[in-house]
Design a protein around this ligand. Sequence first.
Ligand SMILES: Nc1ncnc2c1ncn2[C@@H]1O[C@H](COP(=O)(O)OP(=O)(O)OP(=O)(O)O)[C@@H](O)[C@H]1O
Length: 369
Amino acid sequence: MIRVAVGKTLGAFALDIAFESDGGVIALFGPSGSGKSATIGLIAGLTRPDRGVIALDGRALVDTAAGTFVPPHARRIGLVFQDAQLFPHLSVKHNLLFGRWFAPKAERRIALEPVVDTLGIGHLLDRRPGRLSGGEKQRVAIGRALVSSPRLLLMDEPLAALDAERKQEILPLIERLRDEFGIPIVYVSHAVEEVARLAARVVVLAHGRVAAAGSVEDVFGGSVAQAGESRFRRASFVTARVAGHDETWGLTELAHSAGTIWLAGRAGPPGRDCRVVIRATDVTLATERPSGLSVRTVLHGTIARIEADAGPLASIVVDLDGHGHVLASATRKALDELRLAPGHPVFALIKTVALDEQSVALAPASAPA
Ligand SMILES: Nc1ncnc2c1ncn2[C@@H]1O[C@H](COP(=O)(O)OP(=O)(O)OP(=O)(O)O)[C@@H](O)[C@H]1O
């Protein structure tokens, strides 16, 4: 359990935040400059708060009123940054073993072998970091943090420097370490896709304050959490159930009460709950059920809210039959011409080609998504 309630002034920037997490992955989400990395620095002990408390499993790491400040190396917190920050003169194996020095012998819960297996880095052990790709380096950085048997893992945009393909290789590995090693993780990102796949809870920061906090479903139920994001990055997700695979056409059918969602590719066994991430720019709205279109996914819903940008665009939050929301981007002109307003019924159309396996996060086999 991590509890954070701190204030810190950094030049002209004032951070004043409070949140708690009792395990799993909690995401810190928010636009650039909102204070995500500053928060990570405070939890790791790289900086000291001006006031407040940070406690891990009931033990104060910082308590300014009591004069407590546990130094970073004694916090037992693993860190993974965007840039892997490996020791260039050490082999991969010795980089990994370096992490162990920080764990007292009695607390070395995590052995090297399962970490190497999970991350698929066994063939790299004798290499130096200079001879690794970006994705390989990042796996080793994650491994080094894990073998220190940390009480908490802080991951600050660990995928931001990787291309889309590398990201898709590493995301499942982070899912596995979340599920197999049981270490609580604070995960910083401004990618909705990553947050939707990994996190149970999210804290949205804006201008150094907590703008929203709660379950991922609740916080991303509308577009408010993404107000600072460009229209190309805005996304929502819906929880659906894998209904089956169409082997002839290579499609997966996902059941939702608002309609069937089709995605190109295979995603999970039938019966499994999942979250489907849908970019707002991939959603088209229609006032009538369309015919003669190639679009396969037609979800019926009701306009819950319209948020007009300063420019020509608007974000439309569509309530899906009381089971989640989908976010659409449209021009204000189109809204005007279709006379769309809150309370109106609409159909949300999503191209099948906009969704594939990578748009889907499977819920653990036994738990709801
Ligand atoms: N040491 C410092 N001195 C002065 N200002 C600082 C210092 N460190 C951070 N800041 C300021 O604090 C604010 C928050 O920075 P922070 O790095 O936490 O943002 P972020 O949400 O992680 O952004 P990004 O997504 O771009 O990494 C920024 O305005 C930054 O310029």
